[in-house]
Ligand binder design. Structure first.
Ligand code: GTP
Ligand code: MG
Length: 330
């Protein structure tokens, strides 16, 4: 890394550690832009992570996830807890709209220093979304937030990956979604620690609750009986019970044997490495710092398979290609 970059990193980290929200926002932007500094920053902050409670809120578009989150923030603030929210919408190409919508719905907390709300812009992102979300969760955690809420529109594989970050996952459904078969198909039954049947003011809420309860009885005996709660996010009914359920689930988790953290760290390392490698390969292709065989390939003197194998068999060329940008800076 160049000297100037290192100095910038240090001052960013210092401001972050002193509780400067603008430094936090700036580092989140670096994560969003997949900047080369990110692994350095995250590595420095990693020891401060591991304190926050991470709550996942997922469900179909428009189910009321943001409105529910807004009410949860209100309750958590009354308990003096500091809350950060990251809203991820992998399906929508209109992240600008989502950001605006979330701001409007959570606006009463916008001036509160104990609350930080951010939407993750997802345009053009591929596999890196789960990683970026995890990094932002780490940042909130290291910054000192007590609760981190991850809101995603669900559910596909990306959202399921994202929900693995959460200690407790609330799946929000609405009566008009109706069909419980969809819930099974989407994998929601597996990831839900708590179901919230929102828009309880509408017809069919009770029926959906009953159907879900029947479905849950088919699950093998578990330590945790997944509760199905009726909520009405717009006026806050049922939200206290929802938070109670979250706390109960958290208490149970704390009593259970500690999961293998070494294994989790190994998995995270692997995912970072895989993502960094593909990121750096992309940069190499853009920047044309390619291995020697690439030139032969271009001239038609070899085929793509042989060229790929030759590149893999030439560690020095590979390292040069993948080297972090700025590595050779004075
Ligand atoms: N009638 C009724 N409307 C609700 C309730 N909760 C939320 N809404 C409305 O449903 C709409 C969507 O609410 P959001 O909180 O934005 O839902 P969301 O799940 O975050 O939506 P996306 O993030 O766009 O997927 C808003 O117009 C809310 O006012 C409820 O309990 N009853
Ligand atoms: Mg929302």
């Amino acid at each position: 890394m160049g000297g100037a970059t290192v100095k910038n990193l240090h001052s960013s980290l210092e401001r972050f550690s002193s509780g400067d929200r603008r430094a936090l926002a700036r580092i989140i932007t670096l994560v969003e832009n997949r900047s080369p500094e990110v692994p350095h920053l995250m590595g420095a902050l990693y020891p401060k992570c591991g304190r926050a409670r991470v709550l996942g809120v997922t469900g179909p578009p428009g189910a009321g996830k943001s409105t529910l989150t807004d009410k949860l923030i209100g309750l958590l603030r009354k308990q003096g807890r500091r809350v950060a929210v990251i809203a991820v919408d992998p399906s929508s190409p209109f992240s600008g709209g989502a950001i605006l919508g979330d701001r409007v719905r959570m606006q009463e907390h916008f001036l509160d220093q104990g609350v930080f709300i951010r939407s993750l812009a997802t345009r053009g992102r591929h596999g890196g979304l789960a990683r970026a979300t995890r990094e932002i969760v780490h940042l909130f955690d290291a910054f000192g937030f007590d609760d981190v809420v991850v809101e995603t529109v669900g559910v596909g594989q990306t959202e399921l990956d994202i929900m693995r970050l959460a200690q407790t996952t609330v799946v929000v459904l609405v009566p008009e979604a109706g069909d419980t078969i969809q819930v099974m198909k989407a994998g929601l039954l597996e990831i839900a620690d708590i179901f919230a049947v929102n828009k309880a003011d509408r017809d069919g809420a009770r029926r959906l609750k009953n159907e879900l309860e029947v479905m849950l009885q088919l699950r093998p005996d578990a330590d945790w009986q997944v509760p199905v709660l009726l909520t009405q996010a717009t006026d806050g009914s049922g939200v206290t019970e929802l938070l109670d359920a979250v706390c109960a689930h958290e208490e149970l988790r704390e009593k259970q044997p500690v999961p293998d953290e070494g294994e989790a760290r190994l998995q995270e390392w692997y995912e970072i490495l895989r993502d960094e490698l593909s990121l750096r390969l992309d940069r190499a292709l853009d920047g044309e710092t390619l291995a020697p065989t690439a030139e032969q390939l271009r001239r038609g003197e070899t085929d793509p398979y042989s060229a790929a194998l030759e590149t893999l068999a030439n560690p020095a060329a590979l390292v040069r290609m993948l080297g972090a940008p700025g590595e050779d800076d004075p």
